[in-house]
Design a protein around this ligand. Structure first.
Ligand code: GDP
Length: 138
């Protein structure tokens, strides 16, 4: 069993895609063991994406992530990190495979509907960034 952090980004919430994304998670046996809605401050978004602070799109990305409410979730399952990243599809939706969330819904390389942790260490950091242990179902 493995856990990963999922975010439905502000574009996904604004466009009414919460249900669609959750349905795809459920159909793919990625169990939701924690879930909440929050509106990140700019500082919270900067802390979350600190690994990207040298990237040219950091300013724009953190503005976007703090632009409106998002849904943050902890997903659990066998090989959940890789399985959820496969389900999300490529960062650039033009490269995303058929059947993925980004292929179905994303419109832009930045406003790409969902986030998912990319490794066990980042998953631990990202889950702890938003949830304490009493908020995760076991
Ligand atoms: P992910 O793991 O697929 O989400 O991709 P990354 O970790 O590489 O990037 C984090 C997020 O930054 C992406 O999901 C996009 O929202 C954004 N991003 C990545 N690359 C670019 C880019 O070239 N330009 C812009 N504007 N945003 C980007």
């Amino acid at each position: 069993m493995e856990r990963t952090l999922s975010i439905i980004k502000p574009d996904g919430v604004k466009r009414g895609l919460i249900g669609e994304v959750v349905r795809m998670l459920e159909q793919n046996n990625l169990d939701i063991v924690a879930m909440k809605m929050l509106h990140m401050t700019k500082k919270q978004a900067e802390g979350f994406y600190a690994v990207h602070r040298e990237r040219p799109f950091f300013e724009s990305l953190t503005d976007f992530m703090s632009s409106g409410p998002a849904i943050v979730m902890v997903l659990e399952g066998d090989n959940a990190i890789t399985r959820y990243r496969d389900l999300m599809g490529a960062t650039d939706c033009r490269e995303a495979a058929e059947g993925t969330i980004r292929k179905a819904f994303a419109t832009d390389i930045e406003q790409n509907v969902v986030h998912g942790s990319d490794a066990p260490e980042t998953a631990s950091f990202e889950i702890a960034y938003f949830f304490n242990r009493f908020e995760i179902i076991r």
